[in-house]
Design a protein around this ligand. Structure first.
Ligand SMILES: C[S@@+](CC[C@H](N)C(=O)[O-])C[C@H]1O[C@@H](n2cnc3c(N)ncnc32)[C@H](O)[C@@H]1O
Length: 285
């Protein structure tokens, strides 16, 4: 059997067995499990922290933190702060002992807690190595609690229809206690600001109607009773951009802006023009 098919088989077996546990637990009204303890290999920990560009100002949260290796590496190598939670008390004790050994207890902490009962709103970087079903279940909580611009990095598994902003492959010589040529995936999402709804341009000059789907949006702009479609709508954290036909119909205008609470403010220029004007809009719905 090739290494790749052996890898796929191990993942399928693990996921199959765990999916059964998850449905049995759910049926019994118990907490949902993100899966058993399987550590992320060091090369993948480094790739996750690099892809998220972790630095000293970051607060890194690992949900299902195992032996604490991701938060500990963030604190040791990048001087970040943060915490990890795990349901396994022994792993939590082991993680706090490692934090003491490494002299980082002033910046990191581990506690025994169900990840669904964990407030993640302080995270600037959130790390995950969990079963696909758990990723899906967590997604609404993360979109609700995390600030726009927060980076989420995952090892191997993703959020289904919420596609990552970036994705890289990392080769590792060892995984699941088995040596070989393993190829792992590291995904990065940047939590987008929530802009779905209706916005009114300053002084009522125009109206934007936005239909958002994660980091992309479509919609329309209405000016002087004329409605035209927006094109290429993208959101990266709090930064948005889109194109709209000019009011006089001659070419397009390119809008960029920053979302803050119920206001978007930024710049607009005609395509191919260096002339820049300011624009802003407030949420009306
Ligand atoms: C695949 S391991 C990942 C460990 C670590 N994040 C890493 O990458 O090395 C998943 C961890 O999630 C923990 N876990 C599973 N369900 C959980 C839950 N509902 N709340 C908190 N931790 C959970 C498990 O005990 C396990 O340690």
């Amino acid at each position: 059997m090739s290494v790749t098919s052996r890898h796929s088989r191990i993942i399928r077996l693990a996921c199959g067995a765990l999916a059964l546990c998850v449905s049995l637990s759910a049926a019994a009204g118990e907490r949902q499990s993100g899966g058993p303890y399987v550590p992320t290999p060091p090369a993948i920990v480094d790739a996750m922290l690099d892809l998220a560009r972790v630095g000293p100002r970051d607060f890194v949260v690992d949900l299902g933190s195992g032996d604490g290796r991701i938060v500990l590496a963030a604190a040791q190598k990048y001087r970040a702060s943060g915490f990890g939670v795990d349901i396994d008390a022994e792993l939590v004790d082991q993680s706090n002992a490692a934090a003491r050994r490494l002299g980082v207890t002033d910046r990191v902490r581990f506690r025994q807690q169900d990840m669904f009962a964990t407030d993640v709103s302080r995270a600037t970087v959130l790390t995950l190595y969990l079963l696909p079903s758990m990723m899906q279940s967590l997604q609404p909580k993360l979109l609700k609690e995390l600030q726009p611009g927060t980076r989420i990095v995952s090892h191997d598994f993703d959020f289904g229809d919420w596609k990552p902003d970036r994705k890289i492959e990392v080769q590792t010589p060892e995984k699941y206690d088995t040596s070989g040529a393993w190829v792992s995936t590291v995904n990065l999402w940047i939590v987008p600001a929530a802009i779905d709804g209706a916005w009114s341009g300053e002084g009522g000059a125009f109206r934007l109607s936005i239909k958002q789907r994660y980091q992309r949006f479509e919609g329309s702009v209405t000016r002087n009773g004329q409605t035209a479609r927006l094109r290429g709508g993208r959101i990266e954290g709090t930064r948005i951009r889109f194109a709209a036909p000019r009011g006089d119909g001659a070419g397009r205008e390119l809008y960029t802006g920053t979302v803050k609470d119920a206001r978007i403010a930024g710049e607009v220029r005609g395509e191919g023009s260096a002339v820049v004007a300011r624009w802003s809009a407030t949420r009306v719905r």
